[in-house]
Every structure is written in C-alpha cells, then in structure tokens.
Design a protein around this ligand. Structure first.
Ligand SMILES: [Zn+2]
Ligand SMILES: [Zn+2]
Length: 231
C-alpha cells in the first residue's frame, strides 16, 4: 500500500500487539500507555535531564554553556522500547502504518506547540539516501503533523546538498560548520517561525545545523519537533 492510501485509511489493529478494539491512531489503550513519554527534558535540545523535577525551560549543561540555534526542541518519547522498534520498522522496513501512527499520536501529544509555528519543514535526506530508502521519513512525519496542526509543510524547504556521512575525523565545531554548509534553504522562510521536523533527534547536531541554515535564511525562530530523543 502506498503512503497516500495510508493517510486516508483507518488503522484497525494495534500496530504493536495486533489486537485491540478501536485503536486510537493505531494504538490500543494498553500499548499507548506503554509508550515511554519524554518528560523533564532540556528545553532546547530535548536531552533527557536527571529526574530532579526540572522546572519548565530547564536546559542541559551543553545548552547552558553554548545555546543552540533552535529556541526549543520537543519530542514525544524517549527512543526506547517499543518506540525504537516502531521507528526502525518505519524507516528500514517501510512500515508506513507504524510511522503514521507514531506521527499522529505525537501530533496529539505535542499539540500545545502548534500555535507557536507558522510552517513545518522536514529535515531532508541526501538524494543518495533518499534513493536507497525510497522516502524521507521526516517528510512523512511532517505531513502527518502538519495536517493535524493545520500548518503548511514545505517538503523541499531545506535541501541536503552534501552527504555528511564521513566526518568522524572532524572536531565538534568543524563538524557543525560542515553540517550547516551541507543544508541549503530553497524556500522563502523570512520572518517565519519554522517547525523543523525529524523522526529522531540523536546527537542534536543535524537539528542544530539545519536550524542555523534556516535562521541564516531569515527565519525568525526555529523549533525542533521529533517523534523521539535518544539519551
Ligand atoms: Zn496494542
Ligand atoms: Zn540541551
């Protein structure tokens, strides 16, 4: 089934356990409860903070010492079981129902931030990766969230003009510079509050580089939105 069909069909069985009557966005009530909500995370990079009841707006030591380009980062879940398995099914096995269910539920979980954004732009894949995978998972997530939040999505607002796979030899500053230069903004984002959408925030370097490129192109602010955050 192609993605466009999925968006218009109801998911009748739980994407996790295969059971459940009337699943909500593809999750039965029990499985939805088991998803590891991300709470108490750094406001700007979504890194999980130690469980000392952080105040809203708390930041991790990295962001405190060097504020990132994005003003905030919001992820629905920890990248832990079973969210990690669903995202892997989505990305590497083409299980679009899993991705669509997660994105729909994330849109509901993070709905409070919809009013802070003017438009959504997915983190792009380099064309070679896109060609291998056949779809950009971030774009599918952005499409689903944009529909739920009634926000326009600019699928090619950012382009990845250079692969950044081989930069292990560089230090952090060089890596960020290299990454930032690898994104090109191809739509007018001036004065826009941009929601930068990805499936998973891992190191935060990609989000920060893409956010820097958007700010350099005139975006008024960038907020990162993702399904999950790795610790
Ligand atoms: Zn279930
Ligand atoms: Zn942080």
């Amino acid at each position: 089934m192609v993605y466009s069909d999925w968006r218009h069909s109801r998911i009748l069985r739980c994407v996790l356990c295969g059971g459940g009557a009337e699943p909500h966005f593809g999750f039965c009530a029990g499985c939805a409860r088991d998803l590891p909500l991300l709470e108490g995370a750094c406001h700007t990079c979504a890194m999980p903070l130690p469980p000392v009841i952080p105040s809203p707006g708390a930041q991790c030591p990295n962001c405190l010492s060097r504020p990132p380009a994005q003003v905030a980062a919001h992820c629905a879940w920890h990248y832990g079981f079973p969210v990690n398995q669903l995202i892997q099914r989505f990305k590497y096995e083409g299980d679009l129902a899993a991705g669509h269910s997660l994105a729909s539920l994330a849109a509901e979980t993070l709905a409070h931030m919809a009013g802070s954004l003017d438009l959504l732009i997915p983190v792009p894949l380099h064309w070679r990766r896109y060609w291998q995978r056949g779809f950009n998972q971030a774009q599918l997530v952005a499409d689903t969230i944009g529909k739920a939040w009634h926000l326009p999505v600019l699928p090619r607002g950012l382009r990845k003009c250079r692969s950044s796979d081989h930069q292990q030899s560089l230090d952090r500053r060089q890596r960020l510079r290299n990454l930032t230069d690898s994104f090109a903004v191809s739509r007018d984002v001036r004065e826009c509050r941009v929601g930068l959408v990805d499936d998973v925030i891992t190191t935060g370097a990609t989000v920060e580089a893409a956010a820097s490129a958007l700010l350099a192109a005139g975006a008024s602010q960038v907020i990162a939105v993702a399904l999950a955050r790795t610790p």
